[in-house]
Design a protein around this ligand. Sequence first.
Ligand code: ATP
Ligand code: MG
Length: 437
Amino acid sequence: MRLSSFFMPTLKETPTEAQIVSHRLMLRAGMIRQTSAGIYAWLPLGHRVLKKIEQIVREEQNAAGAQELLMPTIQSADLWRESGRYDDYGKEMLRITDRHDRDMLFGPTNEEMITDIFRTFVKSYRQLPLNLYHIQWKFRDEIRPRFGIMRGREFLMKDAYSFDIDPASARRSYQKMFLAYLRTFARLGLKAIPMRADTGPIGGDLSHEFIILAETGESGVFCHKDWMDLDVLKNAPGFDDDLQPFFDATTAIYAATDEKHDAANCPVGEADLVSARGIEVGHIFNFGTKYSKPMNAVVAGPNGESIPVEMGSYGIGVSRLMGAIIEASHDDNGIIWPDSVAPFNVGLINLKVGDSETDRVCLDLYGKLQAAGLDVAYDDRDERPGAKFADMDLIGVPWQLVVGPRGLKSGVVELKRRATGVKEELSVDAALAKLTA
Ligand code: ATP
Ligand code: MG
């Protein structure tokens, strides 16, 4: 992408309406535009990152054996009347009436709809276990949308739903998602701690929230200090292995959200207990037959008997994750994207547009880096070098390759790593080899 034609409306001034750093940086980098309270348009730079986060989430769901489908955003109220949640959900649900006076709603979640799809097509225990997911926009009419896309009204969620014949099998499905979540967040460069959590309006008994510790987080959380430098995936099993020992070992290290934490009965002594704030990026539930019973989602068991299926649901806040990543990874100059989700892998800075040798080398590098499969932001704008460096730092491109006439005279370009600030001078060929390695 040539920055001279890229639609990236960066801001020089720090927006005053934004209270936390991720929101400020997303606005300054021209990633999002609020269109109504808590509702955002994703501009090209933000959209690129959103798609990369989504893809990592998708790959790990697929690796865990979940299957992707796509359900609509608009749902019929009838299904929600069957489960009893149409009235329970309250004002967060955006209710809509169509031209035939039918009650519809913009889905805040999809338990009812997936249960309806399941009961229509799945009739035998032989078709289980099954896990179906989608990545789709949700609407919740939050009373106080804030912090940009962190607490939006419209937001992108990955939600998966598991179906099993009995509680033991359902626990295994839960553990697979537990592992998939740890792997997903690690690939996003995040340290997410699974915490015992309240099940809230979704219901059920077994539940974990995945929390990124951050001062700007909305949840109060408590955990054993061992979590602080734990490499949780170090001895992680594969999805086909027995997951129980890993699950038991991981959940044995205390971590709980403030709704679940009971100071009087906490197993961890005060000296070892960390009290912090955190951002909820994922939430998994096992809720047994809470929906299958009222909605009559039953399958025939081995002896032909009718068995209500055991279910779980598993959410990841795909759009919220972008804010969480920025909260966890930025400095005074801007965002520091992990390589896995960066909008561009390499920023190529032309220090003197119009200088024929500089232009030639830049174009050559631009072509070769792209041919190697890298996303390149080529800054070919007629701007001062300082402005170019500042923008590249602001938008957080992990590698910056700086090409100018002075360096080229002695045959070198400069390669900078955004995360460390470390710069090195090397030949054009060596820079190319390093970036494409
Ligand atoms: P919260 O406690 O933050 O309101 P929740 O418990 O209501 O979230 P879930 O129903 O567990 O949310 O939804 C799954 C995931 O979707 C959450 O873990 C979170 O990452 C994300 N999410 C929920 N609400 C929002 C929102 N308003 N804006 C952005 N992401 C959200
Ligand atoms: Mg939750």
